[in-house]
Write a protein that binds this ligand. Sequence first.
Ligand SMILES: C[S@@+](CC[C@H](N)C(=O)[O-])C[C@H]1O[C@@H](n2cnc3c(N)ncnc32)[C@H](O)[C@@H]1O
Length: 288
Amino acid sequence: MTTVDYQGATAESIRHHYDVSNDFYALWLDASLTYTCALWGEGDTLEDAQRRKLDYLIEGARATGARRVLDVGCGWGSLLNRLVGEHAVGQAVGLTLSDSQAELLRARELPRTEVRVENWLDHEPDEKYDAIISIGAFEHFARTGLSRTERVAAYREFFARCRSWLPKGGRIALQTNIKGNNVLMDKQAVRDLMFIIETIFPESEIPALSEVIEGSEKLFDIVTVRNDPDHYSRTCQEWLDRLRANRDRAVECAGELNVANYERYLGATVGHFRNRHLGLSRLILEAV
Ligand SMILES: C[S@@+](CC[C@H](N)C(=O)[O-])C[C@H]1O[C@@H](n2cnc3c(N)ncnc32)[C@H](O)[C@@H]1O
């Protein structure tokens, strides 16, 4: 495998976001601490909709009963927990760049689970995986300011690594925010997105769906793609409502400025998914 420079957000930038405080995130995420768009069904609570999303991606990747499954960007471990707890996976491996996520996750002592603070670019598994799932991490794999060609090359590197870790026919289930390329942004939208890039997610850039697909060509076939922006709008609204309901404790955990920034970011994001400045892709890909 050729080695390329890593083009994604640095570990330092990732920690800037995810190491704010575990207690802070616990105040407004659902009980499983899933920090990505849910998949809403009729009558769902946020907890139900997060489980529905995890199961959709697990089934899409054909990970139920699998021997080994990799979670790239495992967060606080909701997918790992579901894989070993409900889907009879033999061994689940999770990668994160955040020390506080790994610390919390290791303290849970999930069975048959390995948590590594490791960039996927440095991951060298001893054995292949049967399936790979990555939820809400791809947005960090190309840093702000790269050209389209450079972004596609960065994504291709990710897919090439995944391909080398899977057998032919093995699947990736990938969920990522995407740019909503079909709607022009007004000045407020540009200001909001600049604020999010500069203050909330430094060094990260959301891909266009076509870039994701181009990066995977000749390595993976597309099985399904769905775009669910309304599901993310609703998820962000739930998070914002919970954050506001727990505002005083949030300020104690993370400080007034952080809380105000998160209120602005979540509020803006509700609108940007609703008006299609942003999209939410869930892709199932199969190794060729
Ligand atoms: C938005 S969180 C999503 C966490 C989890 N998948 C979920 O649904 O709750 C993004 C995760 O990706 C991880 N991440 C970002 N870039 C990464 C990289 N290059 N290698 C490994 N993990 C990465 C972060 O550390 C974080 O755990």
